[in-house]
Ligand binder design. Structure first.
Ligand code: SF4
Length: 490
């Protein structure tokens, strides 16, 4: 599974934003490795540099110097909608009659094709097949007739799906989050300005102070002189649809999202996993690095109570937490491997068991998810080959049964091991002595939110957006798109 994208936007008093944007993108590199880009505005014109590759490779000193201006936005991307080439790399930038526009998008629109057809019929020509260009054209069109705030609102009334955007209109930097707040976006204060970013870790990297999350349906406009920001609640939704996988899998553990530090959320999910399905074994160990916070919470809870929920006796040592799998950090991420065969080999290249911590022991292996099952199967086999007497697997999220349409590059239904198998069948397939997942209710409880305020689409098969051919978990319909169908209402 891969997210996805990271967005950032910065407005400063009177120094160039290129370097802060560059460092911000570095902090968000985990959210996208396919391309990186920055667009700035110097008061007269836009400057843009977008390249395929990692942030460190996409920019050199000369590129950063050419990106003049005290306002700018940036983007790291792994392709979700649109092909893998520079035409879909972002920020998307365009100049039109009433000025220049730059857009960075994290998420995925459900109705981009309908809007594209509508705009094409009105004479708009598109240079990419990505949904971000659709938003840019729609906004550009609205800006011909409306002021900035009303133009953004009109676009928000037409687009349906998941979006956290940083937008630059001439020198004005803005951040927008979709009405259901599916993807994260937050605001930070710097010494001489403000920053918008997908995750708070980017604000920390810039030495800034976290101000708050952008609210679902909110537009935040940064003052051009870096002195402050204005907030406009443009669209309201009855419930939010925060992606729970941000907390489980995608976001950096040192980021806080919607009021929760991701590392703490993962530790609490681990504790809950022990409460729901703890099994007494000699050793608890994480799959590095994804299972680490879950395993530490699980092991802490296991120290306090037995698997039956009783307090431990003084002479009961509980379970031992150990790092039993060592990671080779110089192996590429498995998703880069294009074939199943290469993916399987990559697991063995990546992780090696420490025999002394597993030999003759009963082991609980903790991870954050099982997608295809290939990695879990290999890990169980590795541990058993290293002498583990039993290997039990515990997962800090519910089974993934359906794909994501909101900007996560997940496997197809056919590839998802849980789409057509029961949990015991999956356990058999990966060779574990037992397997258990966390329940969706436990996720909501840990995140201290209503289940109805989360997107759980990939684990329930019911989505918070109106997606062709899929069920919804709420009363939601996409806007009807046709020429001149939307009126600005205020
Ligand atoms: S379907 Fe899953 S991964 Fe996609 S937004 Fe919803 S919870 Fe997140």
């Amino acid at each position: 599974m891969t997210e996805k994208c990271g967005v950032v936007g910065v407005a400063l008093a009177d120094r160039d934003v290129a370097r802060p944007l560059y460092y911000g993108l570095y902090a968000l590199q985990h959210r996208g490795q396919e391309s990186a880009g920055i667009v700035t505005h110097d008061g007269f014109q836009q400057h843009s540099h977008v390249e395929l590759g990692l942030v460190g490779d996409a920019f050199d000193e000369g590129d950063l110097e050419s990106l003049a201006g005290a306002a700018g936005i940036g983007h790291v991307r792994y392709p979700t909608a649109g092909s893998i080439d520079t035409s879909c790399a972002q920020p998307f930038s365009v100049s039109f009659k009433s000025g220049s526009l730059g857009l960075s998008h994290n998420g995925n629109l459900v109705n981009a094709d309908e809007i594209r057809d509508d705009l094409a019929a009105l004479g708009h020509a598109f240079t990419s097949d990505g949904d971000t260009e659709v938003i840019a054209h729609d906004l550009a069109r609205n800006l011909l007739e409306e002021d900035l705030i009303r133009a953004v609102k009109r676009t928000m009334q037409r687009i349906h799906g998941s979006y956290s955007l940083t937008i630059m209109h001439d020198e004005t930097v803005m951040g927008v989050r979709d009405p259901q707040g599916n993807r994260p976006l937050c605001l930070g204060k710097l010494e001489d300005g403000y920053v918008l970013a997908s995750e708070s870790a980017a604000i920390d990297t810039l030495g800034g102070e976290f101000v708050r999350d952008i609210r679902p349906g909110e537009l935040v406009v940064l003052e051009e002189d870096g002195s402050g920001f204005d907030s406009y609640q443009l669209v309201e939704a009855e419930a939010t649809a925060h992606c729970f996988f941000e907390h489980v899998y995608f976001a950096r553990p040192d980021s806080q999202i919607d009021g929760t530090l991701v590392y703490e959320a993962r530790r609490r999910l681990g504790r809950k996993l022990w409460e729901e399905s703890g099994v007494e074994t000699d050793v608890v160990m994480p799959v590095p690095d994804s299972g680490r916070a879950f395993a530490s919470g699980y092991a802490d809870a296991a120290d306090e109570t037995t698997a039956q929920g009783e307090p431990r006796e003084e002479d009961d040592d509980g379970v031992e937490f150990a790092e039993g799998l060592m990671k080779n950090r110089y192996v590429g991420r498995t998703f880069i491997m294009p074939t199943q065969d290469e993916r399987e080999r990559a697991v063995r290249l990546k992780l090696n068991p420490i025999t002394s911590t597993v030999e003759g022991k009963t082991v609980t292996l903790i991870d954050d998810s099982i997608v295809r099952g290939t990695t879990s199967n290999q890990l169980v086999e590795l541990l058993k080959n290293s002498g583990a007497a039993e290997v039990h697997m515990r997962i800090g999220a519910p089974p993934i049964v359906a794909p994501c349409y909101m900007g996560i590059n997940m496997a197809t239904r056919k590839e998802l091991i849980a789409s057509d198998k029961t949990i015991p069948e999956i356990g058999d397939e990966i060779g574990a002595d037992s397997l258990a997942y966390l329940s969706p209710d436990a996720v909501a409880e840990v995140l201290e939110t209503d289940r109805d305020d989360l997107c759980l689409g990939c684990v329930t098969g019911e989505y918070p957006y109106d997606i062709d051919g899929e069920a919804t978990d709420r009363d939601v319909t996409r806007p009807q798109i046709g020429q001149a169908t939307v009126d600005a209402d205020d």
